[in-house]
Design a protein around this ligand. Structure first.
Ligand code: 7TS
Length: 416
């Protein structure tokens, strides 16, 4: 990272107007203005998303794909229009390649079940990185136990960089699948996903990208990446909880067996044999999170309107500013200083327990996350049990960072 302190973090959008779109930001916690720096866990929602969900429940609430009546048609139209919004947002070739799930975790489990469990056999290798979130580790470990695949871990270094050459050395004829985060939630590392995908494809392996963190911070183009699967959650991109996306290449999705059985995913059900619906419906058994899906389309529209590259530039400057300011605190060490980094500031302070720090910051109105961030192997690698993590969004400001630094300084004085 460029180490010069950028005192003038400027946005190409109207930050005051942007902040006023997010009602939750405008409140006090213990008598202090809320400074929300836990965007890696979940983002706040703009009024446009909240209004959309409210409008749906007040006017259009009904089930999708099964009603002849007006409300059901309205709900279905909005639900399917949301699929096209997602398709365009990630530049997928077809809206039939967009499957609505409950979030990244379910998207990854769908692929684990319907692709890896269905097509890999004992001894086949699945590569993940050493900095995955538990939801991109445990599904593969379950398959290790259940069908005997071998999980191979691509290493990182102590800056948190993904080691591409070491990764390439792990790839071989046994490699059948690669599942990698695009942005580490614990370290902020941006991984070279395009190169990873090319290297995996060279041996015929398929690739899933965990975009849970990346989706709100970088431009995602699944065709340019040429990934086979891409997973993300609505709630990390200013949209409702309980909804997410799995993108998959159509030919793969067509070849895969369903993940869950139930209504909507079938063509004909009979006791002499059942046939399945076309994708994406084949993977969407049961009544979906209709309000969540419609709200997510509004969230993606909001981000598109601001412009993801403007967001990325602004957050990059803010991250550099935050890095420099935090490093002025005595005894503070940043965990994760990768060359390519976004949105996450994980740190530790000598002699200070992260959870004590988190509590004292909360009492000053500052929301951060402390703990292992569901990435325990990363903590083990760095020899720490927990870090404090400030994670940024485009509505954060230099003043938020200043408030964080001053609150940490006060907290450290109290704790030492
Ligand atoms: N993958 C990554 C990289 C994540 O950061 C998360 C959530 C997930 C997968 C799972 O997403 P979910 O929406 O299905 O739960 N990460 C975090 C976090 O960093 N703090 O809280 C949740």
């Amino acid at each position: 990272m460029n180490k010069a302190i950028n005192e003038t973090v400027t946005s190409d959008f109207d930050i005051t107007k942007v902040r006023s779109d997010f009602p939750a930001l405008d409140q006090e916690i213990y008598g202090h203005k809320l400074v929300y720096l836990d965007n890696g866990a979940s983002t706040q929602k703009p009024r446009q998303v909240i209004d959309k969900v409210k409008q749906y429940y007040e006017r259009d609430n009904s089930n999708v794909h099964r009603g002849i009546h007006t409300l059901s048609q309205r709900a279905t139209d909005q639900f399917e229009a949301a699929r096209v919004t997602v398709q365009k947002f990630i530049n997928a070739p077809s809206d039939s390649e967009i499957i609505f799930t409950s979030g990244t975790t379910e998207s990854i489990n769908l692929v684990a079940h319907s692709y890896v469990r269905a097509f890999l056999k004992a001894g086949d290798e699945v590569i993940i990185s050493a900095m995955e979130h538990h939801s991109n580790i445990v599904p593969w470990q379950l398959l290790e136990q259940q069908i005997g695949i071998k999980l191979v871990i691509a290493p990182i270094n102590h800056n948190g960089d993904f080691l591409f050459e070491e990764f390439k050395a792990l790839i071989g004829e046994k490699t059948k699948f690669v599942a990698i985060t695009q942005l580490s939630n614990a370290l902020g590392t941006i991984t070279p996903v395009k190169e990873i995908i090319q290297a995996a494809h060279a041996v015929g392996a398929k690739v899933l990208i965990d975009g849970a963190q990346a989706i709100a911070h970088t431009h995602v183009d699944v065709q340019a990446l040429d990934c086979d699967f891409y997973a993300f959650s609505g709630h990390k991109i200013f949209s409702p909880t309980g909804v997410g996306v799995l993108y998959g290449k159509r030919a793969l999705l067509d070849s895969m067996p369903p993940y869950k059985g139930g209504g909507e995913m079938i063509k004909v059900v009979s006791f002499s044999g059942t046939t399945f619906n076309e994708v994406p419906h084949k993977f969407e058994a049961g009544t979906p999170n209709i309000a969540g899906v419609i709200g997510m389309a509004a969230g993606l529209d909001y981000v598109s309107e601001l412009g993801i590259s403007k967001i990325a530039n602004y957050e990059h400057d803010l991250l550099e500013y935050g890095t420099q300011k935090l490093l002025t605190i005595e005894g503070l060490k940043i965990i994760g200083d990768a060359e390519h980094k976004a949105s996450i500031l994980s740190f530790q302070i000598d002699g200070v327990h992260a959870s004590d720090l988190g509590t004292l910051l909360d009492h000053q109105g500052i929301a951060i996350r402390v703990g292992h961030h569901c990435a325990m192997p990363v903590m083990e690698f760095f020899g720490v049990e927990a870090t404090a993590r400030a994670s940024l969004a485009f509505y954060n400001t230099k003043e938020d960072i200043d408030a964080l630094v001053s609150a940490i300084t006060k907290a450290v004085e109290m704790l030492k």
